[in-house]
Design a binder for this molecule. Structure first.
Ligand SMILES: [Zn+2]
Length: 232
């Protein structure tokens, strides 16, 4: 059974090699990246719109306050006939209002700058979306063609694998396929035996039960990394 699974794995390795070459191909990477960008673009637009809305409302609020202060400071203009105490109070009040207005002006400038930034981001997003659409339109068909070109070879390997499956215990085969899907490869590995202890490739020492299983010619699973193990 171990021999059959090892044979299965050797053939499966050819299939995996093709799969990896497809997944690492420029065609897939470019199609995938563009698709991911496009999938997220509505979210990005919604976030930018929300930011723009917040900024516009902050801007309007600041302007309103500004107008109120500008109106208020007018009242302190042209006050001539008044006693010394009152005059100094008015001067102080006018000074405070001037400072407040200056601070508010800086605040409004800042909001304006932020709004300009958001508009720039909108423009950038639009340009990036156009680029991503073009990239997807170019590379999706290329990626599909690449997959199509590898299909006969992959189908032939799959056929061989199916033929071999009959010789393998169904439960072990199921585990093997699961690990394979989890991107553990090779799935089945030789355990190392050192003075009546067995170790996985990952360095984990196996339990006594697992060790006895290995000695009895069984396939066991590493509790730590879930590779399947055997002893020759
Ligand atoms: Zn392990």
């Amino acid at each position: 059974m171990i021999k059959s699974l090892l044979e299965y794995q050797t053939i499966d390795a050819q299939l995996r090699e093709i799969e990896v070459s497809i997944s690492k191909s420029d065609e897939r990477k470019k199609a995938h990246a563009a698709n991911n960008f496009l999938k997220g673009v509505n979210d990005s637009i919604a976030k930018l719109e929300q930011r723009a809305e917040d900024l516009v409302s902050k801007h309007a609020q600041a302007l309103k306050t500004y107008e109120k202060l500008a109106e208020e400071i007018k009242e302190y203009d042209g006050v001539a006939d008044m006693d010394e105490d009152h005059l100094s109070y008015v001067k102080k009040k006018a000074q405070e209002l001037t400072e407040e207005i200056n601070g508010l002006t800086a605040h409004i400038d800042q909001i304006t700058k932020e709004i300009e930034g958001v508009l720039k981001e909108f423009a950038q997003l639009k340009a990036d979306t156009k680029k991503a659409k073009a990239q997807y339109a170019e590379f999706r068909p290329k990626y599909d063609a690449l997959k199509e070109s590898k299909k006969p070879e992959m189908d032939a390997i799959k056929k061989k694998l199916v033929a071999l499956e009959k010789k393998i215990d169904a439960e072990i085969l199921e585990k093997y396929k699961q690990r394979r899907q989890d991107k553990i490869f090779p799935v089945l590995n030789e355990a190392s035996e050192i003075s009546k202890h067995a170790y996985c490739r990952c360095g984990t020492e196996l339990s006594l039960t697992a060790y006895n299983g290995l000695k009895g010619g069984n396939i066991v699973e590493c509790e730590s990394c879930h590779r399947l193990l055997y002893l020759p």
